[in-house]
Design a protein around this ligand. Structure first.
Ligand code: GLN
Length: 197
C-alpha cells in the first residue's frame, strides 16, 4: 500500500496538488478539520496566501493538531505559501508561522518586476535532468539552521528547496508542471514516516 496524502484545503492551489497526486495514483484526502488528519502519512500545505491560510487554520482549529502530527513524524511539504507556514521565523510581521522548519523566510521577495518567473534548476537527488521551477510571488529562504539540507539553489545561491527530516519546503510550484519527481520524493518521505509509526 502506498502512502495516503492529505492536502490542507483551506485556501490556495490545493486542487492542483490533489489532481496531481490523483494522476499519480496516490490516495488523497482534503484536510480542513483536525479529525481528518487521522491515518494520513503526509500532508501538503499548498501555495496561496500565507496570511489567509494561517487565519483559516486558526478558525478551523487545525493549527495545533497539525503541528503535533508533524512533530511526531508525519511528513509535511510546503509549496510557496506552505513553506512560509512551516517556517520558524519570517522577516515579515504577518502571518505567525507554525515554527516547525528551521528556516528564516521573506515573503514576496523577488520584487514587482519579477513577480512570477520560471527557471530550470538542479535538485539534489533527482538526477541530472533540470527541474522546471515555477515561481509565483515567491518567498526567499534567507537562512537555514541546524538540520536543514538545501536541495536546490538559484544561480545567485538563494535556496529554493529545503529539507529537514520529515519536512520539505519549496519556494516554487511543482504541482503546476508535469514533472512528478518532487512529488515522488515527498511520497518516499511519507512512506518512511508511515513505517516508523
Ligand atoms: N505571496 C504569497 C504569500 O506571501 C505566496 C505566493 C504563493 O504561494 N504562490 O503568502
Amino acid at each position: 500500500m502506498g502512502a495516503k496524502i492529505g492536502v490542507l484545503a483551506v485556501q490556495g492551489d490545493f486542487l492542483e496538488h490533489l489532481r496531481f497526486l490523483q494522476r499519480m495514483g496516490v490516495e488523497t484526502r482534503e484536510i480542513r478539520l483536525p479529525q481528518q488528519l487521522e491515518g494520513i502519512d503526509g500532508i501538503i500545505i499548498p501555495g496561496g496566501e500565507s496570511t489567509t491560510i494561517c487565519r483559516l487554520m486558526d478558525i478551523y482549529g487545525i493549527r495545533e493538531p497539525l503541528k503535533r502530527r508533524i512533530r511526531s513524524g508525519t511528513a509535511a511539504w510546503g509549496t510557496c505559501a506552505g513553506m512560509i507556514v512551516l517556517a520558524t521565523r519570517l522577516t515579515n510581521d504577518r502571518p505567525m508561522p507554525m515554527g516547525l522548519m528551521n528556516i528564516v523566510v521573506t515573503r514576496n521577495a523577488f520584487g514587482r518586476q519579477v513577480d512570477s518567473f520560471e527557471t530550470d534548476i538542479e535538485v539534489a537527488g533527482l538526477g541530472t535532468d533540470a527541474f522546471r521551477a515555477v515561481f509565483i510571488r515567491a518567498p526567499i529562504v534567507q537562512s537555514v539552521g541546524d538540520g536543514v539540507e538545501v536541495l536546490a539553489k538559484l544561480d545567485d545561491g538563494t535556496p529554493v528547496a529545503v529539507k529537514q527530516g520529515n519536512m520539505l519546503g519549496t519556494s516554487f510550484h511543482p504541482e503546476l508542471t508535469d514533472d512528478t519527481r518532487i512529488h515522488e520524493l515527498f511520497l518516499g518521505m511519507a512512506e518512511a514516516s508511515s513505517k516508523k509509526r
